[in-house]
Design a binder for this molecule. Structure first.
Ligand SMILES: NC(=O)c1ccc[n+]([C@@H]2O[C@H](COP(=O)([O-])OP(=O)(O)OC[C@H]3O[C@@H](n4cnc5c(N)ncnc54)[C@H](O)[C@@H]3O)[C@@H](O)[C@H]2O)c1
Ligand SMILES: [Zn+2]
Length: 381
C-alpha cells in the first residue's frame, strides 16, 4: 500500500550573500563541482575561501559542460574517489548540480560495497541559474551514449542544503535568463496539472507561477534588479519542490528528446513546445474537458484572468503564457533555430518513442499516443 506523502528534505537558505553560510559548514575536505564560467566570474574562489574559513580544504572539478553526459560523471567520480571528501558542493547551473548528483549516485553505490572507505558526503547545492530547481530535487538529467537525455530519480541525490544566493545570478546572459526562467514556469504548470499533484505541491506551484509572472520580465530586462532576482530564484526553488513531489509531464518528455537530438538548451526546448502541449492537454480543439482543462482554468484565476467559462479560462491562460514567452525573445517555432526540415522529420519517430518512455510521461494529465506526440512536434516546427 502506498500512502500519499510530500517530501521536504533540503534545508533552504536564501537571500543575498547567503553563500557565506559555507563558513559554518562542518567537515574536513570538500569536493566542489563547478564549471569554467563560475571560475571566471570568481564565485568558485569565493566558495573556496569561505570553506577554508570553516577549516575545510577543497578539491575542484570544473569539467562540467551544459547537458552533462556519462563521461563527465565518470571523470568527476574518479577525482572524487581520490580526494576522500566528506562535503560535496555543487556551484553552478542545473548542469553542474546534476553532475554532482550523478557523482553522488555512484558514491552511494560504492559506499555500500563491503570494506569501502567511500562515505556519503554532506551535499550542498548553490544554483547559479534560476531554473531547474535541481538544488532541491531528487532528479538528475544525464545524456547517455546515444545522445538521449535520461532522468535518474533517487531520493539519496537530493541536496542536504540549498543556498539561494542571488548574487550568483547577476551575470547570467539575457538568453539564459529567458531559458531558465521559462523552465521554472513549465515546472510550476506541469506539477500543477500532474496526476500526482497534491494540496502541498499546488501551493508551491501557484506561488512560483505568480512570482514568475511578476518578476521574470523585470530581470530579463535588468538582471541587476536584486529584489526581482531574489523572487525568481525563490520561484525556481519552489517549483522544484513542487515537481520533485508531483513529477512533470510530456512538455518535459518532449523537451528532453528534442534537446538531446538537436542540442537545444533545456528551457528553450520547453518554451518552444509549451503552447502546443497545453492545447493538447486541454483538448482545446475538442470539448475542453478533463483534468488539464480544469486546472489551467484554475491557474488563469490565480493570475486574475477572466474565467467566466472553463474554455475562456483555458484560452486566457494559454494566451498569457504564450505572450510572456514571446516577450522573452523566444522564437516562434523550432524551424527558426535553423534546424533543417528533413533532419527534423527523420528524427521525429525516434524522439516520440523516447518521449513516450520518459519518466515524466506517466503523470501527464492526458496520456498521449506516439502519433499524438509526433503531431505536437509537427505543430511546433
Ligand atoms: N535536476 C533537475 O531537477 C532538472 C530539472 C530541469 C532541468 N534539468 C537539467 O539541467 C540542465 C540545464 O540547467 P540550466 O538551465 O540551469 O542551464 P546550465 O546549467 O546548462 O547553464 C546554461 C549556461 O549558462 C551558464 N551559466 C550558468 N550560471 C551562470 C551565471 N551565474 N553567470 C553566467 N553564466 C552562467 C553555464 O555555464 C551554461 O553555459 C539540463 O541538462 C536539464 O536537462 C535538471
Ligand atoms: Zn525543466
Amino acid at each position: 500500500m502506498v500512502f500519499d506523502n510530500f517530501i521536504l528534505k533540503s534545508r533552504v537558505y536564501f537571500n543575498n550573500q547567503s553563500m557565506q553560510l559555507l563558513k559554518k559548514v562542518t567537515g574536513s575536505r570538500a569536493f566542489i563541482v563547478s564549471d569554467s564560467i563560475m571560475e571566471k566570474l570568481g564565485y568558485l574562489q569565493k566558495a573556496r575561501e569561505y570553506l577554508s574559513e570553516a577549516g575545510i580544504s577543497s578539491t575542484i572539478f570544473t569539467g562540467v559542460h551544459p547537458d552533462p553526459d556519462v563521461k563527465v560523471i565518470a571523470d568527476g567520480l574518479k577525482l572524487y574517489q581520490e580526494c576522500k571528501a566528506d562535503v560535496l558542493v555543487a556551484l553552478g547551473g542545473g548542469s553542474v548540480i546534476d553532475t554532482a548528483k550523478g557523482i553522488l549516485y555512484f558514491v552511494e553505490k560504492l559506499g555500500k560495497v563491503e570494506d569501502s572507505d567511500i562515505k556519503k558526503p554532506f551535499f550542498i547545492a548553490i544554483p547559479s541559474t534560476s531554473g531547474t530547481g535541481s538544488e532541491v530535487t531528487d532528479f538528475s538529467v544525464i545524456t547517455n551514449e546515444d545522445n538521449k537525455k535520461v532522468c535518474i530519480v533517487d531520493e539519496s541525490m537530493a541536496p542536504d542544503i540549498a543556498i539561494l544566493d542571488s548574487t550568483c545570478i547577476q551575470h547570467v546572459p539575457q538568453r539564459v535568463v529567458a531559458d531558465t526562467g521559462i523552465d521554472v514556469l513549465v515546472h510550476a504548470i506541469e506539477a500543477y496539472v500532474s496526476t500526482k499533484a497534491t494540496d502541498f505541491s499546488d501551493a508551491l506551484a501557484e506561488k512560483a507561477l505568480k512570482l514568475i509572472f511578476n518578476n521574470l520580465e523585470i530581470i530579463y530586462q535588468d538582471i541587476k534588479n536584486q529584489a526581482a532576482r531574489d523572487r525568481v530564484q525563490n520561484a525556481s526553488c519552489m517549483a522544484g519542490i513542487a515537481f520533485t513531489n508531483a513529477n512533470l509531464g510530456i512538455n518535459h518528455s518532449l523537451a528532453h528528446a528534442l534537446g538531446g537530438a538537436f542540442g537545444i538548451a533545456h528551457g528553450r526546448a520547453n518554451a518552444l513546445l509549451l503552447k502546443a502541449v497545453m492545447e493538447f492537454n486541454a483538448d482545446l480543439a475538442g470539448n475542453v474537458t478533463g483534468r488539464a482543462a480544469e486546472r489551467y482554468a484554475k491557474l488563469a484565476a490565480v493570475l486574475q484572468l477572466p474565467v467566466r467559462t472553463r474554455r475562456e479560462g483555458v484560452v486566457n491562460f494559454i494566451m498569457a503564457v504564450d505572450k510572456l514567452i514571446k516577450r522573452l525573445g523566444v522564437e516562434d517555432n523550432i524551424r527558426k533555430l535553423g534546424i533543417d526540415q528533413s533532419e527534423f522529420e527523420n528524427a521525429l519517430n525516434n524522439m516520440a518513442e523516447t518521449a513516450l518512455l520518459d519518466r515524466c510521461t506517466p503523470t501527464n494529465p492526458r496520456q498521449p499516443s506516439k502519433e499524438e506526440l509526433i503531431q505536437i512536434y509537427h505543430k511546433c516546427y
